[in-house]
Design a protein around this ligand. Structure first.
Ligand code: ADP
Ligand code: MG
Length: 396
């Protein structure tokens, strides 16, 4: 079990220095600045962000750093410590969906989205470094997009608010990379503040920072990366999303968010395609769980959040059917070992699980999950505790 990533100013200084050193090795000389944007875990509110519903993410201490220096020749030159290989070189003027492949599509997409939004962006040398595990459901893609977005916004004095930067980063992922994600990950990465979860209404993008001082309550948030990502994740996401849209259309509402909890049974009866009923039940009850957790946090009743997380997992497993053997195993082992509650976080079919645990039970719960994985012959999961950290920012 590793401890939370260091969030002290000294650590930020060190991370910036490391990114600048990486920049110098690849591009030569010094960057104009270094920006950081975090990964996230979602406390509750899964698969609600494309149903105009509620989410409650928090930023992780883990960040992606972008060291960036402006160029005057209109070239974008991209390099990442996590994608060893040649520098990817693209003229900013020629950026269009399909112009970049692989990892480079994320940063290139951000520059494209800024330009599409009417911002005057020029070329730059970019070096990326990150400690957000990629593909673990912790949103390394949003961290990468948002670090680059923050860098370009600052360097070119563009001035968009963090929430607008998030929309541009989402546009990059949707339309340039081609991943139909909702807006939660990018909003968490740009808008979260330390010590708080972000209660976001994905319909009108209004949000509120909800205090989440786990340590003061004697609690910890354990994050378990199951180290698996099943191949069906992308197709299943698109299929669930289409199912939700179809159910909303059949019910005559703009989005499933508009089905009230006390109208759920009536809506389910009315739904002419029975196969869609569990999807509707998940989304409607999940929105209610987000509101419940926010109310509990506001009331300072943090321990009562645990069972709501576990109920959310059951809904994702049984109704929305986006869980898998490994996430179910981690949740069950954590709860059996005394976690107050646990659930998969992120899109599903692998990725990470979060567990709310008493401070003195962290090691026991992490060991129980590791033992369960070993007994099942699975790759050892990676566990760490997370405190709510700061969103995208300039480090140097
Ligand atoms: P998640 O966002 O949950 O980590 P995704 O599949 O959405 O998973 O995004 C992972 C992809 O994002 C990687 O395959 C890679 O293309 C890109 N990526 C993320 N972080 C980096 C990085 N530091 N360097 C290069 N590419 C990265
Ligand atoms: Mg992602």
């Amino acid at each position: 079990m590793t401890a939370a990533t260091d969030t002290t100013p000294a650590a930020a200084h060190q991370a910036a220095a490391a990114a600048a050193a990486g920049f110098a090795a690849v591009h030569g000389g010094a960057p104009d600045g270094v920006w950081a944007a975090p990964g996230r875990v979602n406390l509750i509110g899964e698969h609600t962000d494309y149903n105009a519903g509620f989410v409650l993410p928090l930023a992780l201490p883990h960040t992606t750093r972008a060291a960036v220096r402006r160029r005057t020749d209109g070239l974008l030159r991209l390099h990442s410590a996590q994608a060893p290989g040649a520098v990817v070189e693209l003229p900013v003027d020629a950026l269009a969906p399909g112009a970049a492949e692989g990892w480079a599509a994320y940063p290139a997409g951000v520059v494209w989205a800024l330009r599409e939004a009417g911002y005057a962006v020029g070329g730059a040398d970019v070096h990326v470094d990150s400690d957000v595990p990629a593909g673990a459901g912790l949103s390394s893609s949003a961290a990468l997009e948002c670090a680059v977005a923050a860098a370009f916004a600052d360097l070119h004095d563009l001035g968009p608010e963090p929430a607008e930067l998030a929309l541009l980063a989402q546009r990059a992922e949707n339309d340039f990379v081609g991943v139909p994600c909702g807006v939660m990950d990018q909003t968490a990465s740009t808008c979260c503040i330390a010590g708080h979860a972000l209660f976001l209404d994905t319909r009108d993008l209004t949000s509120r920072h909800v205090p989440l001082d786990l340590a003061a309550a004697g609690l910890r948030l354990l994050v378990v990366d199951t180290r698996v990502k099943h191949d069906l994740a992308d197709g299943a996401y698109a299929e669930r999303r289409a199912g939700c849209e179809r159910a909303a259309a059949l019910l005559g509402v703009p989005a499933l968010r508009d089905v009230p909890l006390d109208g759920l049974e009536e809506a389910l009866d009315r739904l002419t395609e029975p196969a869609l009923r569990p999807l509707v039940r998940h989304v409607v009850t999940e929105d209610a769980r987000v509101e419940r957790v926010v109310a509990l946090l506001d009331a300072g009743d943090l321990r009562a959040v645990g069972p709501v997380l576990t109920a959310g997992h059951a809904s994702l497993r049984d109704d929305f059917r986006v869980s898998c053997f490994e996430t179910d195993l981690a949740v069950e082992a954590a709860v059996t070992a005394g976690a107050l509650g646990a659930r998969m976080t992120g899109g599903g079919f692998g990725g990470s699980v979060i567990a709310l645990v008493e401070e003195d039970a962290v090691d026991r719960v992490a060991a129980a999950v590791a033992d369960a994985f070993a007994a099942a012959g699975r790759t050892a999961p990676r566990a760490f505790t997370a405190v709510p950290a700061q969103g995208a920012r300039r480090l140097a």
